[in-house]
Design a protein around this ligand. Sequence first.
Ligand code: ZN
Length: 327
Amino acid sequence: MDCLSAATMPWLAPAIERIRTAAARGRMPHSLLILGSAGLGAPQLAAWTAGFAVCEAPLERRPCGACAACRLLQSDTHPDLHVVRIEEDAKQIKVEQVRELIEALAQKSYRGGYKVGLIEGAEALNANGANAFLKTLEEPGADTLLIMTAARSHRLPATIASRCLRLAIPVPEPAVARDWLAAGSAGERGLDTALALAAGAPLLAQSLAREGLESLEKDMRESLRQLAAGSVDLTLLAEQWVRTDLPLRLRWLENWVTGRIFAGLDAGVSSQTAEPVRLPAALLKPKIRAMYALLDALAEFRRLAQTGMNQQLALEALLLRGRSIFS
Ligand SMILES: [Zn+2]
């Protein structure tokens, strides 16, 4: 795991500072709940914290990235780090996985330092798993650190969440995110679009920028133009979208619609900052109302896309519905 990069992300600095300060006062927390949506660096912050706990350098230089413990962590072979995440094709973290973690944490530390248990995506814990975990949370052994990461809208039981130090990762100010992106990339082109597409999440924007945004942008604009003109076969277009970059296309479309709503409301607010304000339907012009409806349909599509629905048919319906908006 990468225990160093979190320190280069300025929006994680307050969380890092909190852990440093607590440790300097001899009050290192025993359990942490790191909350943040995708692309905000929750895994990196978790890795940094694990590194901070096991690193063998003086406190103020941790994690150093160079000592034996750090190197073991970086190669995912540290014997005192135990990671639990949802298994492929599973819907939940299994209670056996949690039991194995608890057992591992009950053992003596191999290297004589901290033992770290990390649960990635803790919202996938089911009730049994959470209950099994609760006792460990209540009575963590000496030099044991439990780290959980979860989306901000997690559904963790309060009994779990309330026993952890909560670190909620904020969406950074656009300027902060942009500077960080610019520092890490060869060119500046497309960074703003990528950031808007990623709803302000810098790491997501970074991967978008690297994946070649320009061609997507061109392709989507051309699709909308053809849709508006009625010069494209809906079935073929939907097929093409489903086949290539569907999640990205949906996000692009969502952003585009949001931008149009802002323009229509003349709100003068950047589409990056928030969801547009919901006004009573009667106050909205029909076209803006239709745009809101399309946004809802997009959100619903994304939700249902995970249930194995027929994406092709649903997308055709969605595009047909959006046709009047695209002109
Ligand atoms: Zn170290």
